[in-house]
Write a protein that binds this ligand. Structure first.
Ligand code: HEC
Ligand code: HEC
Ligand code: HEC
Length: 274
């Protein structure tokens, strides 16, 4: 009898040891969530979790938006909206807002020649590895940058609910977020200029990630296992979309209108449409 009890307690002890340690080990791997949202760039989403999405994006129109600001590119389209086809627009604040990631916001793209305290802090531009200089993941998937929810995704190994990341600024109001740029009052490329600038979300959505072409034997482990469950969840931003930034250019600087910002950095809260 006492022998059986001994064996039983030994088994119990081992179970606690093994599972207890596993818990400690996984707790140690949990990374700390940064204090506030901030743009980190598309490259951060590549490399371990979303390689296929990165490749699909890199080869999509949004992975090449910076290039359109260079002289001699899409001359006909520029002339049509009275832009100078020979001009270099790669440091023009108006254009950078919609052709790069997070321009004028925390962590966002800094054009060539940006100096801070006598130091050049401009963002690197590498044609082989597009990053903040293009319209990256965070321009569609985040309110004010993905620094925080990226950690939540990593800590949960992709097993998160929409509400878990939404409270850290992931946005799910896809049809709404496109109007940050498409049909925004500040884009020169309005539907009134040419029919091709008309915006049909359902049609356009299909071209954003042509993901099926980018699954390879090497990235199978990154398939989103929880995607089906999440389709059945509803994030708050899906029923009440977030505000869309409005902005003006004053003295060659971008000035966002306070009342139109989807995120209030002082209060740390998100602003939804009324
Ligand atoms: C408010 C956002 C916004 C601003 C500001 C903006 N763009 Fe764009 N731009 C867009 C969008 C959206 C498209 C894609 C339109 C489409 O295909 O429906 C685009 C497309 C373009 C194209 C390709 C057009 C074509 O038909 O091939 C060029 C070139 C371009 N932009 C250059 C510029 C330049 C230069 C500036 C600054 C003077 C600028 N853009 C400012 C949002 C913007
Ligand atoms: C121009 C906007 C845009 C950009 C840029 C963009 N995405 Fe997306 N993404 C979308 C839209 C829209 C969907 C939803 C597609 C659908 O429902 O068919 C989506 C879906 C996804 C999904 C599936 C999420 C789910 O649970 O449904 C992942 C993962 C994803 N994107 C990752 C990325 C990554 C990583 C990048 C950058 C390398 C990126 N996206 C860039 C618009 C964008
Ligand atoms: C930060 C600005 C920005 C946002 C947000 C944005 N786009 Fe774009 N989009 C652009 C620019 C700039 C282009 C021009 C690329 C080109 O002409 O090569 C473009 C081009 C496109 C194109 C290619 C047009 C074509 O037929 O060649 C599609 C499709 C598209 N966008 C869909 C979307 C969808 C869907 C969303 C929202 C989920 C979205 N975009 C959000 C800036 C943006």
């Amino acid at each position: 009898m006492s022998r059986a009890v001994n064996i039983l307690s030994l088994i119990l002890f081992s179970v606690v040891l093994v599972f207890g340690n596993a818990d400690i080990a996984s707790a140690a791997k949990q990374k700390k969530i940064p204090k506030s949202p901030k743009f980190v760039g598309a490259v951060k989403c590549n490399g371990s979790c979303h390689d296929s999405y990165y490749q699909a994006w890199k080869n999509s129109p949004h992975g090449k938006t910076f290039d359109l600001l260079k002289p001699g590119v899409r001359e006909e389209a520029k002339v049509r909206v009275k832009l100078d086809p020979k001009k270099d627009y790669t440091t023009t604040p108006l254009c950078l807002r919609c052709h790069t990631t997070g321009y004028g916001q925390k962590g966002g793209f800094q054009p060539a020649g940006t100096m801070k305290k006598g130091k050049d802090v401009s963002s690197p531009v590498d044609p082989n590895e597009p990053n903040k200089e293009q319209v990256g993941c965070e321009m569609c998937h985040s309110v004010a940058g993905g620094a925080q929810f990226r950690v939540v995704m990593k800590n949960t190994k992709g097993d998160f609910h929409k509400t878990d990341t939404e409270q850290y600024g992931q946005r799910w109001d896809y049809p709404n977020v496109c109007t940050r740029c498409h049909t925004h009052r500040n884009t020169p490329f309005q539907p009134t200029v040419h029919d091709k600038y008309k915006f049909n979300f359902e049609e356009r959505k299909k071209k954003v990630h042509e993901i099926d072409k980018y699954w390879t034997p090497d990235n199978q482990d990154q398939k989103l296992e929880k995607i089906k469950d999440r389709k059945n969840e509803k994030a708050k931003s899906e029923s009440v979309p977030l505000l869309i930034e409005d902005f003006d250019i004053k003295d060659d600087k971008i000035v966002f209108k306070k009342e139109a910002m989807p995120y209030d950095p002082k209060a740390g809260t998100f602003n939804y449409k009324k």
